[in-house]
Design a protein. Structure first.
Length: 39
């Protein structure tokens, strides 16, 4: 495994993690809002 491939894979992994984190926080925010509006 070359260094360039490793850097590329690591960058792609970071992008995926970032997307997962943002979608999770967005989902959490929606859940919070729906909970507050229902009560």
């Amino acid at each position: 495994m070359t260094k360039g491939c490793y850097l590329y894979c690591r960058q792609a992994g970071l992008q995926v993690l970032k997307m997962l984190f943002f979608s999770f926080s967005f989902f959490f925010l929606l859940a919070e809002i729906s909970l507050h509006t229902h009560t």
